[in-house]
Design a protein around this ligand. Sequence first.
Ligand code: TEU
Ligand code: CA
Length: 558
Amino acid sequence: MEKKWWHKKCAYQIYPKSFLDTNGDGIGDLKGIINKLDYLKGLGVDFIWLSPVYPSPMKDNGYDISDYYGIDPAFGTMEEMDRLIAEAKKRDMGIIMDLVVNHSSDQHKWFREAVKNPEGKYGKYYYIMDGKDQNPPNNWRSYFGGSVWEKLPGYENKFYLHLFAKEQPDLNWENEELREEIYKMVNWWLEKGLAGFRIDAIINIKKDLTWQSFEADGPDGLCGIQNMLKNAKGVGVFLRELRDRCFRPHDAFTVGEVFDITEDQLEEFAGDNGYFSSMFAFGHCMTGHEGSYWHEYRPVDFKEWRARIFQDQVRTAGLVYESNIIENHDEPRGASNFIPEEDYGFPSVSALAAISILQHGLPFLYQGQEIGMTNCRFESIEEYDDISTKDCYQAAILAGLTKEEALESCYRYSRDNARTPMQWNSSKNAGFTAGTPWLKVNPNYRSINVAAQEKEYGSILNYYKRLLAFRKSEEYGDLFAYGSFQSAYEDTENILAFFREDDTKKILVLCNYSSKESSVVLKEEYNNIIFVNYPKVTQIGNTQKLLPYQLIVAEYEK
Ligand code: TEU
Ligand code: CA
């Protein structure tokens, strides 16, 4: 693998709406992000990915963009965005924006023009098709439930395509004019000084142009979009053009949100000459995802989770530099998802952190992860804001679950778990806002918050700082970025372990990922311990004793 300028960096995702509100309207803003740049620098962050801050009717919290060249007044102004980019640069940090170009908002001027004149120029920016006797053209189900087809306002038999919400009409990438508009916009942002983009839902831009229906997979008579994705060939043509016209000339860092590709496409997407610099390693996040709705999911099984991590590390070795996460704005909190509730605490959260950060790939943190923020219980479905949560709740009720059971599945998997306001301190609303927060604050902010953890040497926050410094250190930075990955001690119960090795160094990350004490008979003796999450490390003969969730990083003679 070729060495790239961004390989030894660390990234952090901000969900702006929930990060820090500086004007008391209950919504986080760009000024809030500028205020916290030193905090992020101190944590060890080099790249900041902002979830969308463009003008938006907020039907999907900014993933429905009505103007690609602006900033939503709720977040601030373009001057503030320029200042954010400049202030970040001063600190040797890069800003990455979300590139949401599978769809626009239905309030974008292109779509409004398309409604006025479907046969005209802007009608061709979208997918507008005639129905079958006023019924939708086919039976594809949108990601947020219901048909992907919505009647074009004012027409009896014309429908437009939306793979996500009906307020998110899909853009027609087959149309060269539309593609040119997008490239112009991407270049405009890169010329402003952005470091790059996180690329939203990108696999969906290529459609199955036969528009065929598939066998229904639910009582609604519809079929999941995965069927059509399998039959949609040629997304690479668009992605290559996007790369060559925009990303390459600016040497931008890009990370794709890529689902539904096969193993043999990994290199094509994010290898040395891939469409993107990197892509998220989602495999382990899908542990237990059976069926399409949350109430069908099963809690994370340790062995399956570990196998998924290893599979991903092995198949990308030497080919792809993935971006590693334990959570994001669409996922439950990692500390709730990958740790049984009764085991939550410093040992488990710190172990999970090191397992993620010390793998091969780019470490990506999500806001609040660095203090161990958890899922949040909401009392009723009305308290939730997220469109996907409402859909999954409905599906659970339709499947015969009680309200309590349906709410329980939202507690486990709702996207709003990660979207509750950032917990800065123990004052009202966790110091997030002086007003009324747009979404409930997790009541555990009194004990889990940044201010308290900054004061405590042994906090999760200070541990994350040490962990990122270790990962990026002069001494071990190359090993973590480029060293090989080899799983270890898979036969010992509850152990998650792997070697990282290069020409000059060899280390073992060894963790007892359980609430019971454990021990490992070491096959090879190590030289010294270089990183820990417990003060004391006990070895008797060649047996390494491990307390609950104890993790050690040991170095070998080389
Ligand atoms: O998510 C794309 C995606 O594939 C989603 O279906 C995801 O699996 C879903 O959020 C699970 O509930 C991206 C964004 O990350 C997400 O926030 C947006 O809602 C979506 O695109 C539409 O822009
Ligand atoms: Ca605000």
